[in-house]
Design a protein around this ligand. Structure first.
Ligand code: ADP
Ligand code: ASP
Ligand code: MG
Length: 406
């Protein structure tokens, strides 16, 4: 008997007909002889509504209560999915995070999974019952409900696949796989048959929300075979696999973008040792993640301009922290903007080939797109540009690296 995890995202359980259709996909796997754990997201749009409700009661809400509210969407879909399965004659039972238990740390709103209690679930799966698990939620050390961050049902699915020893974790969504770029923006994006964990990890963390970053991280660590496929058709999906399973390495395998970026510039900061530490120390203390950084020495060589990026949600707090430290940092102006986007090209082939960054800069320059900040790692190059040029930049780069579908 092999085990399988099937995860259905929000658009795949958006209404009762879709839930019945998803239940039909589960039944097919059960009929084929698999023991199946199903993970469901909240119905499309529900989590956003719940977040808005929490936000409108109080901007400075208690994160423990935020989790109580936003985790409810998954409870409803799990019950509905279990009923739909029973209706098809498939024995099924729903499970909330606390019932499994799916243990997490206590970082509410973006908790990390620390363990999955498998005794009861193991028994049920072995007896042929389908376990329908509410995604996105867990239970903290103090017994309170936690959530795993937006898109977190993917991570629930991977954690269950690892804990149950599943042969594969299938992520059903509204696109039929991982594409070379977001198919909603780049019409000529191509579906990838396979992608490496490393590339998928970069794609996800650089904005391609088709999989949550932590889900890919966990799959890579635990060696879980992941497949991304559509709930709406039967075309073969994309397999996320180890590098050794990919015969031919391409230079660039994907282009991602993230609008969740904001830029801060401090002008005329004294150019002496310790200044960067003085600027970024208080931000770190305030738990604000800084992503890209650039520093320029001014013409007089006594001062420098520092530009860096944070998430849009953290922008106001970052500005407040720096203003509070203005006297002791001694900068000229503090400028901020959130009409920026980060565009990244990703590929393991970059390790062994030069010139990838240069082609990127040229393709953008040819379209008159100005680059504000650059950052690179072994397998990616990212640039920060004006948000207005997102689509133009993505399509230009897609063409420049020869990724366009015929
Ligand atoms: P779900 O609700 O099923 O979890 P998501 O909305 O979280 O679905 O993720 C699927 C979406 O990810 C797609 O609709 C697509 O617009 C977006 N996406 C972004 N980049 C990519 C990519 N490279 N390949 C496929 N989808 C992508
Ligand atoms: N429902 C949650 C969200 O919208 C979790 C998920 O769908 O993965 O973020
Ligand atoms: Mg998702």
């Amino acid at each position: 008997m092999t085990r399988l995890v099937q995860k259905f995202g929000g658009t795949s359980v958006a209404d009762l007909d879709l839930i019945r259709a998803a239940a039909g996909r589960v039944k097919r796997e059960v009929d084929a002889g698999h023991q199946v754990a199903v993970v469901v997201s909240a119905m499309a749009g529900v989590t956003n509504q719940l977040v808005e409700l929490a936000d409108s009661v109080s901007a400075m809400y208690d994160a423990r209560e935020y989790d109580v509210i936003v985790s409810t969407g998954e409870q409803a879909s799990a019950g509905l999915m279990a009923m739909a399965l029973q209706d098809l004659g498939v024995p099924a039972r729903s499970w909330m995070g606390w019932q499994i238990p799916l243990n997490t740390d206590d970082v509410h709103g973006r908790a990390r999974i620390t363990g999955v209690g498998m005794d009861e679930l193991d028994r049920r799966l072995s007896s042929g019952e389908v376990a329908v698990v509410a995604g996105f939620q867990g239970i903290g050390s103090g017994g309170r409900i936690t959530t795993l961050g937006r898109g977190g049902s993917d991570t629930t699915a991977v954690a269950l696949a690892a804990a149950t020893g599943a042969e594969r974790c299938d992520i059903y969504t509204d696109v039929d796989g991982v594409y070379t770029s977001d198919p909603r923006i780049v019409a000529r994006a191509r579906k990838l048959d396979k992608i490496t964990y490393e590339e998928m990890l970069e794609m996800a963390s650089l904005g391609a929300k088709v999989l949550q970053t932590r889900a890919v991280e966990l799959a890579m660590k635990e060696g879980v075979r992941l497949q991304v496929l559509s709930s709406f058709n039967n075309s073969p999906g994309t397999l996320v696999v180890g590098e050794e399973e990919i015969m031919e390495q391409v230079l660039v395998s994907g282009i991602a973008y993230s609008r969740d970026e904001a830029k801060v510039t401090l002008t005329r900061v004294a150019d002496r040792p310790g200044v960067a530490a003085a600027v970024f120390g208080p931000l770190a203390e305030a738990d604000i993640n800084v992503d890209m950084i650039v520093q320029n020495v001014a013409a007089d060589e006594k001062t420098t301009d520092i530009t860096f990026t944070v998430t849009r949600r953290d922008l106001q707090r970052a500005v407040d922290v720096l203003e509070k430290n203005r006297d002791h940092l001694g900068f000229g102006d503090l400028l901020s903007a959130s009409d920026v986007v980060k565009v990244s090209v990703i590929g393991v082939g970059m390790r062994s080939h030069a010139g990838v960054a240069q082609s990127m800069f040229k393709a953008l320059a040819d379209r008159g797109i100005n680059i504000q900040v650059i950052s690179t790692s072994e397998i990616k190059v990212s640039v920060l540009i004006d948000e207005e040029y997102t689509e133009l930049a993505l399509r230009a780069l897609h063409g420049a690296y020869g990724l366009d579908a015929d």
